[in-house]
Write a protein that binds this ligand. Structure first.
Ligand SMILES: CC(C)(COP(=O)(O)OP(=O)(O)OC[C@H]1O[C@@H](n2cnc3c(N)ncnc32)[C@H](O)[C@@H]1OP(=O)(O)O)[C@@H](O)C(=O)NCCC(=O)NCCS
Length: 211
């Protein structure tokens, strides 16, 4: 399964990607916002290459389960720059409920941030989920993670509310924001509109012209 808008490509993870995943797992922001924590909000150690291999193998099993059941819970894509083939990040479906609500997450390696990969990946993933019949697609963002809030907004997600004290980090409670998109109101439903809107968003958001 490969998704692309011509600039960003999403494809399943491969065993060749272990080093990239292990290195990314040591990034402080990825540990903070994507890694697992204990009940006091202390992060687990970064992944070793053996751990990363286990994560990638599990993604492979989830893809196989998806092929058998049609439910993409736990499937994850590596995000690549289409032109160079460089690995830049990850996005994946955390859960698909039995009422067809999909929840997803993402990260971009520190060197590749600020170039629009996350926004493009979220648009591609969301379109794919709607094409499969998702009735609602959502993500949660720890309040204060402004880079991620900007991605959700650029990708056409609506802030629906904030759950106070829903999470914990290093012993302190923190608020968690909900962002969602519904298929009939999502502005980037069609591929043409999506790439058009994404490009417009770039120009108005900083005009870096990285692509
Ligand atoms: C959150 C995170 C994924 C955002 O990554 P990002 O690279 O900043 O996000 P984008 O892909 O939207 O890039 C946007 C930037 O690229 C710029 N850009 C350049 N070319 C672009 C293009 N062709 N298309 C879109 N944006 C482009 C935009 O102007 C924008 O810059 P700005 O923020 O200065 O306005 C990243 O910071 C991260 O991995 N953080 C740690 C983990 C995390 O928080 N995960 C999310 C948990 S909810």
């Amino acid at each position: 399964m490969t998704l692309s808008d011509g600039l960003v490509t999403l494809r399943p993870w491969s065993r060749d990607d272990v080093r990239f995943m292990a290195e990314a797992s040591a990034d402080p922001a990825i540990r903070r916002y994507n890694g697992s924590h204990d009940r006091l909000g202390h992060p687990t150690p970064p992944l070793s290459t053996t751990d990363a291999e286990g994560v990638i193998d599990q993604f492979g099993l989830n893809w196989r389960a998806f092929a058998a059941t049609g439910t993409p819970s736990g499937v994850a894509f590596a995000i690549l720059d289409t032109r160079s083939g460089e690995l830049v990040g990850c996005c994946g479906v955390d859960d698909w409920s039995n009422e067809d609500v999909a929840r997803f997450g993402y990260w971009i390696a520190p060197d590749a941030r600020g170039r629009g990969y996350a926004t493009r990946a979220v648009i591609l993933l969301t379109r794919w989920l709607f094409d499969m019949g998702a009735a609602r697609v959502f993500l949660t963002i720890v309040a204060g993670n402004e880079a991620s809030v900007a991605v959700a907004r650029r990708a056409g997600f609506v802030h629906e509310g904030t759950m106070r004290a829903h999470s914990v980090w290093q012993g302190k409670r923190c608020d968690v924001m909900w962002f969602a998109a519904l298929p009939l109101e999502w502005a980037m439903r069609q591929p043409d509109e999506g790439s058009h809107n994404a490009r417009q968003g770039v120009a108005s958001a900083g005009d870096r012209g990285a692509f």
